[in-house]
Design a protein around this ligand. Structure first.
Ligand code: FES
Ligand code: FES
Length: 171
């Protein structure tokens, strides 16, 4: 007999379709961690305040503990595991160069928050960077190095764009 307590859900996570049957109450963060096995998305609170569970859902930064897996059915999700391609993502490179992490617990959420900011505001002011990090709780860095990491990520994005433009012109 069909189990009416579960519903089918299919998400594209980091470019790969993942289909599972889940309880309707399953949160996206638990789908990612427990069903998809992507434990880079962390859980740091049960009050939707810490932001360490942030992922990109159809390109927008969301706290994945505030979304049901069934609400995300059919959506594209990017987690920290999907950020790196052939080389480090500029945000990862920026955090690496400017020491934007200590224990690393908030880092996946911080990086995806930064990635969303830079995709919507390619040249944010320091104030805009600080405001974008408003929903992220970091217990270690005091935020200074995170802000510098985001600023460095923005420079790296510009450098890579200019380099790609130069290569295109040289063809
Ligand atoms: S786990 Fe804290 S906001 Fe999602
Ligand atoms: S680096 Fe430890 S919580 Fe942010």
């Amino acid at each position: 007999m069909e189990d009416s307590r579960v519903v089918p859900v299919t998400l594209t996570v980091n470019g790969k379709a993942i289909a599972r049957e889940v309880e309707p109450r399953t949160l996206l963060v638990h789908f990612l961690r427990d069903d998809a096995g992507l434990t880079g998305t962390h859980v740091g609170c049960d009050t939707s305040q810490c932001g360490v569970c942030t992922v990109l859902l159809n390109g927008e930064a969301v706290k994945s503990c505030t979304v049901l897996a069934v609400q995300a059915d059919g959506a594209d999700v990017l987690t920290i595991e999907g950020m790196e391609e052939e080389i480090l993502h500029p945000v990862q490179q920026g955090f690496w160069e400017k020491h934007g992490l200590q224990c690393g617990f908030c880092t996946p959420g911080a990086m995806l928050t930064a990635s969303y900011l830079l995709s919507t505001h390619p040249h944010p002011s320091e104030q805009e960077i600080r405001e974008s990090l408003d929903g992220l709780l970091c217990r270690c860095t005091g935020y200074e190095t995170i802000v510098r990491s985001v600023q460095r990520a923005q420079e790296i994005m510009d450098e890579r764009r200019e380099s790609a433009d130069r290569e295109t012109r040289a063809i």
